[in-house]
Write a protein that binds this ligand. Structure first.
Ligand code: ADP
Ligand code: MG
Ligand code: MG
Length: 234
């Protein structure tokens, strides 16, 4: 469903992605792990059509990914590193605004349901400027999925969240998975990755250096392997 072929990205004479090849099947939930500066966010931004690759291809359902192709953009949901919500607007207003961009039907009803799903019904009409990081992140994820994307791109969604917000976030991601959504999630949190993902790719110096499945029977093994990767032994 998603095919990356010899993808490269260069900026300011610096090679950020050095030829990434990756095949992702529909419905996979993939954790993207790796050290700081490895190119993880850049990879997600290319997929989100925020930046253009220098060379190589991204195919989604066999079609070349292009910024202006609204039909493909509708398939994508993106949760950036720090999310951009309108400060002075409420969760409901923020979600209706972004839903309208995608032409979501019955947008207000949908927005109300999502605010409830992320446990913030109480704050439906409060301006988000006073919200905690966890509350903002719950609204940001609701925003990323208001148009029922087929592909969900999450950049460090768990960072800085309390346990309550983490469970809500994981439940939302798992319920999207039940609907057949394909997810790529950049994270430094292997525990969360192991909880919700079925595959891990490790990015280092702009390349994929490892790619393995997580299953119940090999969880101990992959945890050990991940720890060795983090320590730089592998
Ligand atoms: P990660 O998300 O894995 O921490 P990034 O994809 O954000 O890494 O960045 C990878 C490397 O590319 C970093 O060294 C970063 O400073 C550099 N980089 C990212 N974007 C740009 C840019 N627009 N111009 C120049 N360098 C960039
Ligand atoms: Mg980083
Ligand atoms: Mg990053």
């Amino acid at each position: 469903m998603i095919e990356l072929k010899k993808l490269t990205k260069q900026a300011d004479n610096k090679l950020i992605l050095l030829g990434v090849d990756l095949s992702i099947k529909k419905g996979e939930t993939i954790a993207v792990l790796g050290p700081n500066g490895a190119g993880k966010s850049t990879l997600l931004k290319v997929l989100a059509t925020l930046i253009k690759p220098t060379s190589g291809h991204v195919l989604i359902n066999g079609l070349e990914l292009r910024k202006k192709q609204i039909e493909i953009k509708k398939l994508l949901g993106y949760l950036p590193h720090s999310s951009l919500l309108y400060d002075h607007y409420s969760p409901l207003e923020n979600l209706v605004f972004f839903g309208n961009i995608y032409g979501v039907q019955d947008v207000e009803q949908k927005a109300r349901k999502l605010v409830k799903d992320v446990g913030l019904s109480f704050f439906l009409n409060e301006p988000v400027k006073n919200f905690s990081r966890g509350m903002i992140q719950r609204i940001a994820i609701a925003r990323a999925i208001i148009h029922d994307p087929e592909i969900l791109l999450l950049d460090e969604p768990h960072t800085g969240l309390d346990q309550g917000a983490i469970s809500i976030l994981n439940n939302v991601i798992l319920s999207m998975k039940d609907k057949g959504t394909t997810t790529l999630m950049v994270t430094h949190d292997f525990k969360q990755a192991a909880e919700i993902c079925d595959r891990v790719i490790i990015v280092k110096n702009g390349k994929i250096v490892d790619d393995f499945r997580i299953q119940n029977h090999n969880l101990g093994f992959v945890t050990e392997k991940y720890e060795l990767l983090v320590e730089g032994v592998l």
